[in-house]
Every structure is written in C-alpha cells, then in structure tokens.
Design a protein around this ligand. Structure first.
Ligand SMILES: Cc1cc2nc3c(=O)[nH]c(=O)nc-3n(C[C@H](O)[C@H](O)[C@H](O)COP(=O)(O)O)c2cc1C
Length: 178
C-alpha cells in the first residue's frame, strides 16, 4: 500500500497547524509531499515543512527544472490528497474546475481519495457560494472535516475554526485504509 500523502496548504491563518499534521503523518511512516499555495508561503516556511517531511515543498507550476512537472509527478501513486487548511478560495477553485495554480491543478489530476479541512471566518463559512461549493465537492466523493465552532483569529465566533489536527489525521488515515 502506498504511504505517499499530498498535503495541500492554502493561505488560512491556520496554516501553521499543518506543521503538526505533517508530524503526525511522518510519525506513522507516511511520506508527506507538500503543495503550498503561493499565498500560503507568506504564512508557513518551506524550510520547516521540508525539514519535517524530508521532501521538497512544491508551490509554483512554472519552474525551470524540467524534471519537476509538478502536477503530473505528484499524482503518481499517492494514497491520499489532504488539504488542511483549505481556504474559501481553494474550495471554490476545486468545485468549479479552475486549475490556475499548482494546488488546484494537482486536485484535478489525482485519482486518490481527497480530504478537505476548511478554515475561515464564520461569515465566509456561512456564505452561500462556499456552502454550495462544498455540497458539490461532497457529491463527487470528496471527504470534508468540518470546522469547529469557536473564536477565530480575527476575534469573531462561530463555525470556521480548523478542526482539531488529531481529527483531520484520523479521517485521513481512515480515507487511506478505505
Ligand atoms: C492573514 C490572513 C489570514 C487569512 N485567513 C484566511 C482563512 O482562514 N480562510 C480563508 O478562506 N481565507 C483567509 N484569508 C484570505 C485568503 O488568504 C485569500 O482569499 C487568498 O486569496 C487565498 O489564496 P489561496 O487559496 O491560493 O491560498 C486570509 C488572508 C490573510 C491575509
């Protein structure tokens, strides 16, 4: 069984929590390959992720190293793609067939199960387009780890707080094992 996980990180303030998720996967013997949106690169450093995973972090589609056809190379034999945290923006791209960066292109090219853990302001979470996009992705078989209720970084309270990392980890492992 493949132990390769694609861990997508988009630019939620909760992006730093993906570091702990990486640690849990690595501890259990998974090989973690990060795909980080360019916006999320402001919030987590590739050096931290690479040090924990032992693998290069992918962010840009257009790089001058021809050995790295990012979206093609990463999909090979992945057991799972998990996106944590997932912004309203990346969920919208996934749900509408937009593939204008490496993470959305990777989503469109994988055939493995996909787990998405959203994180956003409660008003964003409740917004109709976000909920409709999630409904659509669920109907395609994508698994969601719904956000928790609580206070989010901006001080608002409601649903939108990234689910507990242990829960995202458990749902991910379950999705791999079927
Ligand atoms: C500090 C900061 C925190 C943000 N946190 C979130 C968030 O938790 N959830 C979200 O959907 N957008 C959040 N945003 C807005 C996204 O970063 C923005 O929509 C961005 O275009 C998404 O890009 P990406 O999906 O390619 O990473 C935040 C922006 C900033 C500047």
């Amino acid at each position: 069984m493949s132990k390769k996980i694609i861990l997508g990180i988009s630019s939620s303030i909760a992006a730093y929590k993906a570091i702990e998720l990486t640690r849990l996967f690595v501890r259990d013997g998974y090989s973690v390959h990060h795909v980080v949106t360019e916006n999320a690169m402001h919030l987590v450093t590739p050096l931290t992720l690479e040090t924990l995973s032992g693998n290069p972090v992918y962010s840009q589609s257009f790089v001058r190293d021809n050995r790295m056809m990012g979206h093609i190379a990463l999909k090979e034999d992945a057991a799972l793609m998990v996106v944590a945290p997932a912004t309203a923006n990346i969920i919208g791209k996934f749900a509408n067939g937009i593939a204008d960066d490496l993470l959305s292109t990777t989503f469109m090219s994988v055939i493995c199960p996909v787990v998405i853990a959203p994180a956003m302001n409660p008003n964003m979470w409740n917004h109709i387009p976000v909920q409709e996009n999630i409904k659509r992705l669920k109907s395609w078989g994508v698994t969601f780890v719904d956000p928790d209720h609580g206070e989010v970084a901006c001080g608002d309270t409601g649903y939108g707080k990234l689910a507990e990392i242990e829960k995202i980890f458990e749902v991910s492992v379950h999705a791999i094992k079927g």
